[in-house]
Design a protein around this ligand. Structure first.
Ligand code: HDE
Length: 721
């Protein structure tokens, strides 16, 4: 009930207090099993569950108008069996509100999860920017972050293969700054005018309304195979980047080149990076498919649990700073969002940290109503002419009007600046923060008391005075024409395992494409990326190898691999923040459980118990071990590693349970480390695992610590071979 009070607005609280003070003196404690003469409350046998009333210490329920409600179970009717009276203002108010409770979901990034936190600056950037948030070292700026998938609708599963949104709202002292980024540093298209086509092609097909939350269908591959500019992004989305293990274990990127401007008006280009302190980690595809069934809210739950347990996720903010000179000599156009700047060319300078330490109080009020706008920047930060960014600056503001229904969406607490603000924009639907006084325009001569705010040429926002000249034309710059070189660079930067995953992902997705011409067209692009990849995919599809697509510009084939582009080359330093799932039975050795539990705890990881019954088990030492999951609700796909700790009889019972067999078979197939006690061995046979490799570790009380240290590698990839 603690959250109940939290959820109330100040007005509601005041109203409740008021009402509480004015309880009708005549009201007596109502016995729940008798009809009250005054309210007509039904006795238990008619009304179902026992009712609790305000007389028992609960707050009084009221209408939206503050009128106390006596009966919330029955509408007003003639006699006991109706008909209903339309006079029933209480019923009508309740249903009216319910009928209008939904707002349009976002056209893209509909499914999201938000959390609060702060950004702390660690390095002074005053040489390149006059933004206070980038110059006041040690300053903590409140932040709200919303992670999302792109293509799926609001109720879609979390583990769809998809780009993840990584949108950060920084409530700075000089106004809100939104960095509305993704977990991938490049994008599908080069010009914002193609965005509706891209998204239409990616989302469910218009005639049938499916498939949703997946790109594995003809329309998507048709569009991208006709848009060679997408090829670099295709490599990224077919990599493990699009199946992150957790929002906590993924990077974020501002994607576009932005500008920073210092007090003297000097401009420096910048790319933004969010680097997870927890390290990078993804799941494998067949695991993702199963997670979607076992826990469609896997990512939300993970974030919610981590923050609520005090394990606050943290990212470092890094910047790649460069000037016009670098931009001119760089192989690609820095305004082209389908390209990145390798960290080897321009190192990432870490300047601050972002910590998420508070879940939302109300999902709708915060996560759903938050309105990110790329146009929200602060003094000292500026746009560039990236043709995607320019288009986004129109789209985000526009979409908020549709979603939130009023130009006053900035009055919603999650969107309002936390610094002082004053302007003459007023009225409109749902105006909540209304100015006082006579002046609603300026200039005016009403003086400082009544005249309202005035401009501040010293502290006010200024745009970088870039000199621009040229004919008005609808064109794409020649400098955007290379579509394959960075796709190749990405591919050769991956480990062998990651390259196999990419080939498998192309194979999976294209196998869902009915039209063979489309499949072949995709492979024709891959031939310009890496011929072995193209051949593997063609072979996997049973396709004759098509000729290579004709490139608009000859690709550069000698770009060096960049380790920063690989997930597996950037593993976490520990198993912290990860989950060990332990399958236990009655009579399991308590000493092993105790040793494992404390080793996992010392590592900063989570110890989750999976048992035949949710009531838990009794260990061989008589201790009771409560369970977190019953076996069929806790498959191994929900854990980063597993352990099988059971008695001989316990193992016998598990042998007869298909979910227990799947627990082991999946963990093995997904290359997870599996700790086991000798008595659990028959379960491997039952799961079809007859060859225990080094990823399967015999457990004893003495080696629990070293087992947990092994888990730092996250997966036993050698099993792939
Ligand atoms: Fe978005 N995008 N986008 N996008 N985008 C939206 O805004 C749009 C693009 C991104 O958690 C929409 O409020 C256009 C790139 C995120 O609320 C919409 C173009 C990047 C989110 C919109 C792009 C993004 C959105 C839908 C092509 C990475 C979720 C609802 C030029 C840098 C924000 C909304 C949240 C959301 C338009 C391309 C990231 C329709 C026109 C590139 C993280 O306005």
């Amino acid at each position: 009930m603690a959250t109940k009070t939290k959820r109330k607005t100040a007005t509601q609280k005041a109203a409740a207090k008021e009402t509480a003070g004015k309880k009708p003196a005549a009201r007596k404690k109502t016995k729940t099993n008798k009809t009250s003469a005054r309210s007509g409350l039904p006795p238990l046998d008619q009304g179902g569950a026992p009712r609790q009333t305000a007389d028992e210490g609960y707050e009084t329920m009221t209408t939206q108008q503050g009128v106390p409600i006596a009966d919330d179970q029955n509408h007003l009717k003639v006699g006991a069996r109706g008909p209903m009276l339309t006079e029933d203002q209480i019923f009508r108010e309740k249903i009216f509100h319910f009928d209008h409770e939904r707002i349009p979901e976002r056209v893209v990034h509909a499914r999201g999860f938000g959390a609060h936190g702060f950004f702390e600056l660690m390095d002074d950037l005053s040489d390149v920017s006059c933004a206070r948030i980038l110059t006041e070292v040690g300053e903590k700026t409140p932040a709200f972050v919303r992670f999302s998938t792109v293509a799926g609708n609001k109720g879609s599963p979390d583990l769809a293969r998809d780009v993840r949104g990584f949108a950060v709202k920084l409530y700075s002292k000089e106004g809100n700054w939104d960095i509305v980024g993704n977990n991938i540093p490049v994008f599908f298209i080069q010009d914002a005018i193609k965005f509706p086509d891209l998204i239409h092609a990616a989302k469910q097909e218009p005639d049938r309304g499916f498939p949703q939350a997946q790109t594995a269908h003809d329309n998507f591959w048709d569009f991208v195979s006709l848009s060679p500019e997408s090829v670099n992004m295709l490599m990224w989305i077919m990599s493990d980047r699009t199946i992150p293990r957790s929002f906590r274990f993924m990077e974020g990127f501002g994607v576009h080149t932005f500008r920073l401007v210092n007090e003297k008006g000097k401009s420096t280009f910048v790319k933004f990076h969010w680097k997870p302190k927890q390290g990078l980690q993804s799941v494998v595809w067949s695991e993702a498919l199963k997670i979607n069934g076992a826990d469609p809210d896997f990512h939300r739950r993970d974030m919610w649990d981590a923050i609520n347990s005090g394990d606050y996720p943290e990212w470092e903010l890094g910047v790649q700073l460069f000037d016009e000179k670098f931009a001119e000599k760089f192989d690609f156009d820095v305004l082209d969002a389908t390209k990145l700047i390798p960290e080897e060319d321009v190192p990432v300078r870490i300047i601050g940290r972002l910590v998420l330490d508070r879940v939302v109080d109300n999902f709708f009020a915060e996560t759903e109503q938050v309105a990110f706008c790329t146009q929200n920047i602060v003094r000292g930060v500026d746009f560039t002419n990236d043709p995607l960014l320019q288009g986004r600056n129109f789209s985000y503001l526009d979409t908020q009007l549709k979603r939130l229904g009023s130009p006053n969406f900035t009055h919603i607490p999650v969107n309002a600046p936390k610094c002082p603000f004053a302007h003459f924009q007023q009225d409109g639907h749902m105006a909540m923060a209304n100015p006082k006084g006579r002046a609603n325009y300026e200039p005016n001569s009403w003086g400082t008391e009544d005249g309202g705010p005035r401009e501040d040429p010293e502290r006010g926002y200024f745009s970088y005075p870039e000199q621009i000249e040229g004919a008005k034309r609808r064109v794409r710059s020649e400098t955007f024409a290379d579509h394959y070189s960075q796709a190749r660079q990405f591919y050769i930067s991956q480990t062998e395992t990651e390259q196999t995953h990419i080939a498998n992902a192309f194979t999976f997705e294209l196998s869902k494409v009915d039209n063979e011409e489309i499949r072949a067209r995709v492979v024709s692009h891959l031939r310009n990326v890496d011929d072995t990849l193209a051949k593997t995919v063609a072979q996997n599809l049973g396709l004759d190898l098509p000729a290579a697509a004709k490139p608009a510009r000859k690709p550069i084939t000698n770009l060096k691999p960049s380790d920063a582009l690989s997930i597996m080359k950037n593993p976490p330093a520990s198993f912290a923040g990860r989950k060990l799932g332990v399958l236990v039975s009655d009579g399991a050795p308590g000493s092993v459980i105790r040793a494992l539990k404390s080793a996992v705890k010392a590592e900063g990881a989570m110890f989750k118990v999976v048992a035949p019954k949710i009531g838990g088990v009794t260990l061989d030492n008589g201790d009771h071990l409560p369970a977190d999951e019953k076996i069929d609700g806790g498959p191994s796909v929900l854990f980063d590693a597993v352990a099988l700790v059971m008695s001989e009889e316990g193992c016998e019972t598990f042998l007869a349970m298909p979910p227990a067999r799947d627990f082991v078979a999946d963990a093995f197939a997904h290359k997870k480390f599996i700790g086991y006690v000798e008595t659990a061995k028959p379960l491997f046979d039952k799961a079809g695992v007859d060859d225990l490799d080094e990823g399967c570790v015999a457990l004893s009380r003495g080696n629990a610590k070293s087992f947990v240290e092994t888990l730092r590698d996250l997966r036993f990839w050698a099993r792939d071979a």
